[in-house]
Design a protein around this ligand. Structure first.
Ligand code: ZN
Length: 251
């Protein structure tokens, strides 16, 4: 109860009554929070331009007794990443990231690693050339932070070493990577380069990776695996992902 003050990423807003907005924000200090920004639908509002999705803000809110919605008092814009989105594909990837945060992150659960991951990925997510790599990076790390990323170096069946040179299969029902002998039924064969890239994602920073030479095909292949793992790991389908796949012709 009382004053909440935190950095936050704006996830989504909804119109509320005539002049207000309901705001969902992922805050660094309190996790996902829902609040009301009064008067924010007015043209001359003190919130104008500060509540766009993907905005990184400093937020002050007031928690009220027996009320789920906090009252948002002040929002300072640190950086509006939504404005930096350069093309439609990047826009769709941003929408997917926002949907993931809306659907897979529990309310009020503080997770500083996840918040830092967002700040790490957002600057490149809107960039036409790097947005797919940024999206892959986010998905792999989101799985890892949620404890859903299987070992990338040992078969989930026999524990034998996996390597880019050895046939590897992704078994979604068992959420693991398997060697040829351990795979059951129709596992998806993983490209050696994609597996290698996954190993780099968990070791290197995104700017480091983006600055080096990463084969487009490996990014695409790993992206396809990551999207499937996210859906099966979190046990849901994401609307923005269907749209993203349609628009990119599942490349
Ligand atoms: Zn095995």
């Amino acid at each position: 109860m009382g004053i909440l003050s935190s950095e936050a990423i704006i996830l989504r807003t909804y119109p509320l009554r005539e002049t207000d907005k309901l705001v969902v924000a992922y805050t660094r200090n309190y996790g996902k929070v829902r609040g009301v920004a009064r008067g924010s639908r007015r043209i001359k509002s003190r919130f104008s331009g500060r509540l766009e999705p993907l905005s990184w803000v400093e937020l002050v809110a007031f928690e009220r007794r027996n009320q789920e919605l906090v009252r948002i008092d002040k929002v300072e814009l640190l950086k509006g990443y939504g404005l930096a989105v350069q093309d439609y594909q990047a826009y769709l990837r941003s929408s997917y990231l926002l949907e993931l945060l809306m659907e897979t992150v529990p309310e009020h659960e503080v997770n500083d690693s996840l918040f830092r991951l967002l700040l790490h990925v957002l600057p490149l997510l809107g960039d036409s050339c790097k947005s797919r790599l940024a999206s892959v990076y986010f998905q792999i790390w989101h799985l890892k932070l949620a404890g859903l990323l299987p070992s990338l170096v040992a078969c989930s069946g026999c524990g034998g070493a996996l390597s880019p040179g050895r046939e590897t299969y992704c078994q979604l029902d068992a959420l693991g990577f398997f060697c040829r002998e351990c795979r059951k039924g129709a596992g998806r064969r993983i490209d050696g380069d994609a597996l290698e890239l996954a190993g780099l994602v968990v070791k290197k920073s995104l700017p480091e990776l983006a600055g080096g030479r990463v084969a487009k095909e490996a990014v695409s292949a790993l992206n396809a695996v990551a999207e499937e793992m996210v859906q099966s790991g979190f046990e849901r389908k994401f609307d923005s992902l269907s749209l993203l796949r349609r628009e990119s012709g599942n490349r």
